[in-house]
Design a protein around this ligand. Structure first.
Ligand SMILES: NC(=O)c1ccc[n+]([C@@H]2O[C@H](COP(=O)([O-])OP(=O)(O)OC[C@H]3O[C@@H](n4cnc5c(N)ncnc54)[C@H](OP(=O)(O)O)[C@@H]3O)[C@@H](O)[C@H]2O)c1
Length: 290
């Protein structure tokens, strides 16, 4: 039976990136829907679950994406509410690539520091990717500074993250100026820059203050670098005592995780691959490779 991935995207145009990855992961057919909202998803899900018998439903799966993380999460919740009994299909949630990218970034960090005993700063933490990076680092026990140009946004993010991680060590901080960014990173062991594409968050003059920094990850692939001095292709390159990862260095793992997650969907019809499940899959995939 042919495998079908039903792409439910909150954006007007379903992500081309996610379609290409689905094909490269070996999916036979990708059905793409854009502009999907929580109150319009039920009919699409019924189309998926009423067409094949329960034993065959592992050959159908949902991919939920889009650049609006909150809406995509609500779409995922409503989609699962439409399942009943054996009539269900597996679901992968990866809006803006946030879960697969964050998993790759945190695994990169974990190769060099004990996550349970480190201080991390996430810049651009309020975007989809930064939020997931902050979540994963905090869930591993790290003390995490969540940086935003707006302290109010960072505080709202902390409240949101605390719903799932009540004991998470999360410190909101404003990083609108160089001095504020310097203060947020001064005693960090780990820096993850998850700012918007093409935005430099850390200038060359800032970098020289952080003697304690063990690992720095820059997720921005669009010049200029998000963290000055990191090459996009870096994957664990040591620069002035800091292990550096660039967007392409991390992106290779992200792609591997993304494809493995798509393949995993078709192993059974009852899986929900969200932030934590993708991270577990990623750890087994990347760390077993050394
Ligand atoms: N390497 C990979 O495999 C991979 C995969 C996916 C994404 N990415 C990259 O990961 C990064 C994060 O993605 P995303 O979708 O989460 O990003 P995003 O939502 O576009 O932006 C993240 C945050 O950056 C801050 N920001 C926006 N414009 C800014 C500006 N002009 N100056 C300073 N800060 C600014 C905003 O935070 P505040 O308003 O709170 O300051 C925003 O919430 C992007 O660079 C993306 O291209 C990489």
């Amino acid at each position: 039976m042919r495998t079908i991935l039903i792409q439910l995207d909150t954006d007007a145009h379903p992500s081309v990136f996610d379609r290409v990855v689905a094909v490269d992961a070996g999916v036979d057919e990708v059905f793409s829907y854009g502009g999907v909202q929580p109150d319009t998803v039920e009919g699409l899900v019924h189309g998926a679950i009423f067409t094949r018998g329960p034993d065959d439903l592992r050959n159908t799966a949902l991919f939920i994406g889009g650049s609006d993380l909150e809406t995509a999460e609500r779409v995922a919740d409503r989609a699962q509410q439409a399942f009943f009994g054996p009539l269900r299909v597996s679901v992968l949630l990866d809006p803006s690539g946030c879960n697969t990218t964050a998993a790759a970034a945190v695994i990169a960090v974990s190769r060099h520091v004990d996550l349970g005993d480190c201080r991390a700063t996430v810049l651009g933490a309020t975007g989809p990717v930064g939020r997931r990076v902050a979540h994963l680092l905090a869930s591993e026990g790290a003390e995490v500074r969540i940086g935003s140009r707006s302290l109010a946004k960072a505080e709202r993010l902390r409240e949101s993250l605390r719903k799932r991680l009540p004991d998470g060590r999360l410190l909101p901080c404003q990083t609108a100026t160089e001095a504020e960014t310097e203060a947020a990173c001064r005693d960090a062991d780990v820096l993850v820059a998850a700012g918007a594409a093409g935005v430099q968050l850390v200038s060359p003059s800032l970098r020289q203050h952080w003697s304690r920094l063990r690992v720095a990850v820059d997720l921005n692939a669009v010049p200029p670098a998000g963290v000055a001095g990191i090459d996009p292709a870096d994957r664990g390159v040591e620069r002035d005592g800091t292990f550096c990862y660039g967007a392409i260095g991390v992106g290779g793992w992200k792609m591997k995780i993304h494809k493995a997650a798509v393949r995993r969907l078709f192993e059974s019809n009852d899986q929900v691959l969200d932030t934590d499940a993708i991270y577990r899959l990623a750890r087994s995939l990347i760390l077993s490779d050394g």
